[in-house]
Design a binder for this molecule. Structure first.
Ligand SMILES: NC(=O)c1ccc[n+]([C@@H]2O[C@H](COP(=O)([O-])OP(=O)(O)OC[C@H]3O[C@@H](n4cnc5c(N)ncnc54)[C@H](O)[C@@H]3O)[C@@H](O)[C@H]2O)c1
Length: 265
């Protein structure tokens, strides 16, 4: 079940955290995985982990916000592998601030990676998948619960993730007849370097205490683990999810079901 044998997958931001876990799991399930990250050394480390487990992968340096780089990487994938079956748009960055605490530079930095980057990569993938019928392909976009509900002082991040959810639905509807499925995953707080970076930046002297508070604030009593998101990304990419498109799968330990104070990264 949930095998990805003979599939070519590209995962953005796969050098760390959730993307890394998705890449490792996809490779274990038989996919050839292109690890695309702005940090080439991090991408290469994940490739080394995969090949050490007899999986197949390659590292490519990619800034998802750069149109020319995105086009070059997708062209290279087709040239080397003949096709692309699965795209996971995972690369993302954050910013803490309400509208008065968000400069235009902050807004553009977050939107350029989280929204523009997803648009650029999805456009290349859909172009390839439309040209490849009747196989089509699958898009899995990592959004966030921040795109569904308002979270404290996360203005550009929430706006960018709302855009990802909407873009996912549009692609799903526009290309359903061309056998392209597009789904979003909306994680709650997941314990990754993204969270550790937030703690180190905002609570340099009390990071341990704040980490414990973050665990305790989730209704389920702990933050999620990256592999708990990866398994959802595996299901959505698999043939078992053939009837699933346009959905936003919430994986948040009950966060958005709880109507008390929402605190998230
Ligand atoms: N960790 C959480 O609590 C959480 C919750 C909800 C959603 N998410 C989303 O999950 C995704 C992954 O988050 P994570 O926690 O694993 O983060 P992370 O910081 O551990 O990993 C992000 C990766 O993206 C790469 N990256 C950043 N900018 C890039 C760019 N312009 N082009 C290519 N790669 C780039 C980084 O180098 C890094 O390897 C993000 O989209 C994030 O918004 C995370």
């Amino acid at each position: 079940m949930f095998r990805l044998d003979h599939k070519i997958a590209l995962v953005t931001g796969a050098g760390s955290g959730i993307g890394r876990e998705i890449a490792l799991l996809y490779a274990r399930q038989g996919a050839y995985v292109v690890i695309a990250d702005i940090q080439l050394a991090a991408a290469q480390r994940v490739v080394n982990e995969i090949t050490a487990q007899d999986g197949r992968a390659q590292a490519v340096q990619l800034d998802v916000a750069d149109e020319a780089q995105v086009q070059a990487v997708f062209a290279r994938v087709v040239q080397e592998h003949g096709c692309l079956d699965i795209l996971v748009n995972n690369a993302g960055v954050s910013h803490v601030g309400n509208i008065l605490e968000t400069s235009l530079d902050d807004w553009e930095r977050v939107m350029s990676v989280n929204a523009r980057g997803v648009f650029l990569c999805a456009r290349e993938a859909v172009r390839l998948m439309v040209a490849r019928q009747p196989q089509g392909g699958v898009l899995v976009n990592i959004a966030s619960v921040a795109g569904m509900v308002a979270l404290d002082r996360r203005l550009p991040y929430s706006a960018s993730k709302g855009a990802v959810i909407s873009l996912t639905r549009s692609i799903a509807i526009d290309f359903a007849q061309q056998h392209i499925r597009a789904n979003a995953i909306c994680p709650g707080t997941v314990h990754t370097p993204f969270v550790e970076g937030f703690l180190a930046k905002n609570f340099p002297t009390t990071s341990d205490e704040e980490r414990d508070k973050l665990h305790a604030r989730q209704p389920i009593g702990r933050m999620g683990n990256p592999d708990e998101i990866a398994h959802a990304a595996l299901y959505l990419a698999s043939d078992e999810a053939a009837f699933v498109t346009g959905s936003s799968l919430v994986i948040d330990g009950g966060l958005t079901a709880d109507n008390s104070v929402l605190i998230f990264l």
